[in-house]
Design a protein around this ligand. Structure first.
Ligand code: BES
Ligand code: ZN
Length: 847
């Protein structure tokens, strides 16, 4: 592991007064920064990356300095230590890698345009100006910017503009001094932007912005959410939003999903803009992302981790709060269901693979952050742990602890322990003792519950899918049972509770653990306990149904139970109307699909079963959205139609074709919730060259990011080599496929389909150098290692995967994912060889 010196140990910054002159034409910038602070040593260092430093002045005297590119630094020799102001002159280049200062490209009415903006997290402020680019080095920032401005263009930054009158004469944009904050939170955006503003109850100005390629009304939804979420957090945290404005800007090119710069949050367009024809899901995700970034304005911005090893704390917390806040402002959405069906299965799958990282990991060098930044762990597992903790403490103590934490540490830095201390102070419970095992250990436990000779036996062991070494890890598990008379926590490997029949007589319903599914473990019910749970399955609440199905699926993936058991479980679900169960069915279908060969009898039987299962919802909901229906109905319809088409249900196929024809001159107008299914169905059943051209042309023309994703995904259903070739030929054409969308929108769906898998896999291997050069520093680079591992299911592909990736094991950015990828594919191969026959028999036995 690379280690890195912390520059704050030699110079403590207080204020940066930054001037930047940006030349978009030449793709360069130049500037100067007056850095005030205290030097503790006579040789100090600032971070800089790819900057040309021309001078360093102290009291107008030139100082000696050396550029040290290996350490991304400039070292400066000082005549004295103490409080001082240094002035550094520098210049740099604007490049397309979506970090530091970078351009976004878009087209309005056929005219190509650019927005210039920033992405400084985790350590890219150093690409824009020399600074101590460490989260602990909090300082205030004064920013002024000049650029080759044309009519109507504006600049946004963290703070309100000052001296607007002067700017009208000089063209110099100046912003008010920021609060004390870390360098990674500074931001600006320059361009021909449009926006809307509103005020929170407390008078904070909230603004939402986008390029003019979008309708202004596409901003209404997020503006309303942002205002209400800030009102909620102020009340919930008991701490006022700390700065005068809260701006949000959607950028055409963006590496991550969104970024919480203090007062100027930046987004991928799909996470801020809502098109007129949008799905419930996409609106929910906008709300969640806005709420996530706003949670950081307190947790992350006001109080910041001392070093990057505690980044999980920022992200897990924000990922939990996004659900708490959206649930509070829109209770009818039942937004926790989104976590149960989205983040949770990801975490449970990934965290079951041996070799996974723990939530808290050491980070010696910030370059490691991208590599350690496993979303399934840092976000999904982390937030599940936070939900678990919140339930364990109760919301009142949780909030009281947060208030203590914010008040004590505002404008300063913390480590995880500081949060546990604040929560302990509020609750009187030993939070660190409870959380440490969950955070520092990888993986999670399975609790086996069985009755032996009238004794209820609960035992825990680490749950694995695939090859593993058991290290006898133990967790303090909140049992959260629906029965009374059990201890709150299982702290031992094994617990025996005598007199089971008495316990049973004092409680109602099937014995259950982990109610509401908030604690990070799964349960393996055995014998009578299992029989009773399954007998009562259809009477349980929807979360429990989903939970039991998810748990049985995971147990099947691990080989703990037979995969064939999932088939009779599925058949119990034909009367279910909830979204959670519709999602559960979709997930099991995805799981069972790996056993089925194209055109086989088993596949036909399976499709017939799915068609029967979904018939009731299909009859109930129909194909087209009904005015005034509930959001849940729309979401269930989306699953239903997609499953019916997967099952080749004739009625569904015919209806989908009819809807396509009805809208063929304007396919964007197909109702968004069924658009994806309709577009895919058309490619499956009526693919022509013209149809492919229509999709590709529409992809380039439309500004609706969700629609783009649907078009790409629909195209992946092709059965024509010519189409595969045509798509492959566009992947490196940035005017068609933006690098930010390559992995998720294109590579993944095509790699997932047997027909195009080989060609896409070959393409990736042949173009590896280009992928690396284009996306090497990007958040999506490791997807090119992860996606094949998610899809491959033959020995041949496993061998190819190994042959290609094993020689790259020393590349820190992908090494863990390669090892885990090999395990994942091997586990799938094992599963197929052990369970395929049993699954086929179970399908044949369905009546
Ligand atoms: N701070 C992150 C983005 C980030 C993390 C940038 C690490 C650079 C390094 C931001 O708050 C975030 O979590 N974004 C998510 C979207 C979120 C709503 C789940 C992302 O980008 O995936
Ligand atoms: Zn975040």
């Amino acid at each position: 592991m690379k280690t890195v010196e912390h520059f704050i140990e030699k110079f403590v910054p207080e204020n940066y007064n930054i001037f930047l002159d940006i030349n978009r034409q030449a793709k360069t910038f130049s500037g100067n920064v007056a850095i005030s602070g205290e030097a503790l040593d006579s040789v100090i260092s600032f971070h800089q990356k790819d900057l040309t430093v021309t001078s360093v002045l102290l009291d107008n005297q030139n100082l000696e300095f050396t550029i040290d590119n290996d350490n991304e630094a400039v070292h400066v020799e000082l005549p004295e230590t103490g409080i001082m102001t240094l002035v550094v002159e520098f210049s740099g280049k604007i490049t397309d890698n979506m970090t530091g200062i970078y351009p976004s490209y878009y087209t309005v009415d056929g005219v190509k345009k650019e927005v210039i903006s920033t992405q400084f997290e985790s350590h890219f402020a150093r690409e824009a100006f020399p600074c101590i680019d460490e989260p602990e080095a909090k300082a205030t920032f004064d920013l002024s910017i000049k650029f080759d401005q044309t009519e109507g263009e504006i600049v946004l930054s963290n703070m309100p503009e000052v001296d607007a009158e002067r700017r009208k004469e000089t063209g110099l944009w100046t912003f008010d001094t920021t609060p004390r904050m870390s360098s990674y939170l500074l931001a600006f955006a320059i361009g021909d932007l449009q926006g809307k503003t509103a005020k929170t109850k407390n008078g904070t100005e909230v603004g939402v912005f986008s390029t003019k390629a979008h309708a202004l009304k596409a901003l209404d939804f997020s503006l309303d959410i942002a205002v209400r979420v800030i009102d909620f957090y102020e009340e919930y945290f008991g701490v006022k939003y700390p700065i005068p404005l809260s701006y949000h800007v959607a950028l055409p090119d963006f590496s991550a999903g969104a970024m919480e710069n203090w007062g100027l949050v930046t987004y991928r367009e799909v996470y801020l803009l809502v098109d007129e024809n949008s799905t419930v899901k996409s609106r929910q995700s906008v709300a969640l992302v806005v709420a996530h970034e706003l949670a950081h304005q307190w947790f992350g911005n006001l109080v910041t981790m001392k070093w990057w090893d505690d980044l999980w704390l920022n992200e897990s917390f924000a990922n939990m709060m996004e659900y708490v806040s959206v649930d509070a402002i829109e209770p009818s959405w039942n937004i926790f269901e989104d976590f149960q069906t989205g983040g949770l299965p990801l975490a449970l799958k990934r965290d079951a693979t041996d070799g996974v990282q723990s939530a808290h990991v050491e980070v010696k060098h910030p370059d490691e952050i991208n590599t350690l930044f496993d979303p399934a762990i840092v976000y999904a597992k982390g937030s599940r742990l936070m939900h678990m903790l919140r339930r364990w403490l109760g919301d009142d103590d949780f909030r009281a602890g947060l208030k203590i934490y914010f008040e004590k540490h505002q404008y300063s830095n913390t480590i995880g322990r500081d949060l546990w201390d604040a929560l302990s102070e509020a609750s009187g419970k030993d939070v660190a003792a409870f959380m440490d095992a969950w955070l520092e250990q990888p993986g999670y436990p399975v609790v086996t519950a069985e009755v032996v000779d009238d004794t209820l036996v609960l035992s825990q062991k680490q749950f694995f899918i695939g090859e593993s070494v058991d290290e006898n890890r133990i967790w303090p598990i909140p049992l959260n049972s629906n029965w009374k008379g059990l201890p709150d926590t299982l702290t031992e490997a094994r617990l025996e509770i005598p007199n089971y029949s008495k316990l049973a007589s004092e409680n109602d319903g099937a014995f259950r653990l982990n109610t509401e599914n908030t604690a990070h473990y799964i349960t393996n019910y055995k014998g009578d306990l299992l029989d009773t749970v399954l007998e009562q399955l259809t009477e349980l609440d929807a979360v429990s149904k989903l939970q039991i199905i998810q748990e049985r699926r995971l147990l099947a993936e691990s080989g703990e139970i037979s995969y064939a058991e999932l088939v009779p479980l599925l058949t119990k679900l034909s009367d279910e109307t909830s979204y959670l169960v519709a999602e559960a069915i979709s997930q099991v279908v995805e799981g069972l699909d790996i056993f089925l060969e194209e055109g086989s009898q088993a596949q036909a039987q399976f499709k017939a079963l799915i068609s029967r299962l979904m018939q009731k919802n299909y009859d109930r909901l129909g194909f087209e959205p009904k005015a005034g229906e509930s959001d849940e109905d729309e979401m269930v319809r989306q699953n239903t139609i997609s499953l019916m088409l997967y099952a080749d249900n004739e009625d569904a196929v015919t209806k989908a074709e009819a809807i396509f024809h009805q809208h063929k001159d304007n396919i964007e107008a197909i109702p968004a919730s069924i658009r994806m299914s309709v577009l895919a169905n058309q490619i499956k059943h009526a693919e022509t060259e013209e149809l492919v051209s229509l999709y590709l042309d529409t992809y380039v023309k439309t500004n609706d990011g969700n629609f783009k994703r649907q078009l790409a995904s629909a195209l992946s259903n092709t059965k024509e080599n010519a189409t595969v070739e045509r798509v492959l030929a566009e992947l490196k054409n940035k005017d068609v496929v933006k690098p930010q969308d390559l992995a998720m929108s294109w590579y993944r769906p095509f790699l997932d389909k047997p027909f195009s898998q080989g060609a896409f896999w070959t393409w990736a291997r042949e173009n590896w150098d280009w992928i690396k050069a284009t996306l090497g520093g990007d958040m999506s680079f490791d997807k090119f290692v992860i996606y094949p591992a998610n899809s491959f299911k033959t020995t041949e592909r496993l061998e190819e995967y190994k042959a290609f990736f094993e020689p790259q094991l020393n590349d820190m950015a992908i090494s863990r994912n390669i090892t885990m990828g090999i395990k994942e594919i091997s586990a799938r191969l094992d599963l197929i060889s052990t369970s395929k026959v049993a699954v086929e028999e179970a399908l044949a036995a369905v009546k």
